[in-house]
Design a protein around this ligand. Sequence first.
Ligand code: EPU
Length: 420
Amino acid sequence: MDKLIIEGGVRLDGEIRIAGAKNSALPIMAATLLAKSRVVIRNLPHLFDITTMLELLGCMGVQPIVDEKLNVEIDSSTIHSFSAPYELVKTMRASILVLGPLLARYGQAEVALPGGCAIGSRPVDLHINALRSMGADIRVEDGYVRAKVDGRLRGAHLFMDMVTVTGTENVMMAASLAVGKTVIENAAKEPEVIDLAECLIAMGAQIEGHGSDTIVIEGVAELTGCTYSVMPDRIETGTYLIAAAATCGRIKVKDTRPDILEAVLLKLEQAGADIEVGENWIELEMGGRRPQAVSLRTAPYPAFPTDMQAQFTALNTIAMGSGSITETVFENRFMHVHEMSRMGARIKVEGNTVFVDGVDALKGAPVMATDLRASASLIIAGLVAKSQTKVDRIYHIDRGYECIEEKLQLLGAKIRRVPA
Ligand code: EPU
């Protein structure tokens, strides 16, 4: 297995471009199953999860055509299987996103039940309940979600018990081809949900209210192809900003969206960063100052994103003062904490809160990545540590960060990949 070797202690300084958002690209790729004709998706990130989604579409008989810029053309008319096998679902839970589109367009779907994972139990009961309310007959058996519907799904008035991002997306996609009106109350407001809605609208869907907690979808008889460009990745953006802040450095991130990062930029300012933004760029300057520890609480958008808490925990480990980080979205998203304490962090977990007293410096150590964002946080810890850090199991990072070592090298980091 590949490893990353980091010689810490370098102040990051430079400019990078941000890739397309993984968590928009995945549902948009699933949405191509709804269209009668070819969909062209631009600005797809070069990520392992995107390859897995292409493979999933491929094993259903869809043949995506990828050009050298990783724009992908998907014409789903050659589909011959409606099944997402366990081998793919176990490597990427977002495979569940094909459930709604397959059911709505082809009246049947079989998707392996995603199990728990390193960040929590992550059930899909809300997806299933909502689709059942729309007339689907769904059985969960032999580790699979088996769904079918006679004719088309029916619009329904739905109340989601919890805010679920992929749940909202699955239902929104299914409702786009249902008969009649669907109302999703307590819908997720994440920018990635809005991006998917905009893509569906470009395909001919009638959707209103995306970005608010009530989304209204008037089903249409068919959706057609379109060309759509995926929005920039806000979590990748935030991760590099935090890395620069933790190393007391400077960074300009380009091709991004400051308007969807407000909660994160506010915390970076509290940590002592000077931040300037333009329409599609963000510049952060620490001027050599050590960050101040910050306290925060994760919650669905527009609050502070769970996908950024591990990275802020890394920043707190070497900050001045103490900070507490409370995770309210997933029950077990603190696997990075034990690895950071092995690097000399003064850190403890109580319930769903991690308390950190900043130390002057971390010490490099061999550490193990456990999930995507935890891996990013260990890389940040490695960048600020005094000596060498080896991050093992970095296939997690390749799922969600495009060319991470190249981008960090552009910022001056001493980081290299050692193949297995
Ligand atoms: N939940 C249920 N039942 C359901 C669905 C969700 O109880 O049927 C619970 C979950 O267990 C969790 C909470 O609801 O406690 C919220 O989970 P959500 O469904 O919103 O998460 P998700 O859709 O599976 C997406 C992102 C995650 C991100 C979360 C929260 C994608 C492909 N994944 O997951 O991204 O952390 O929303 O914002 O969009 C990542 O990129 O590293 C990542 C994990």
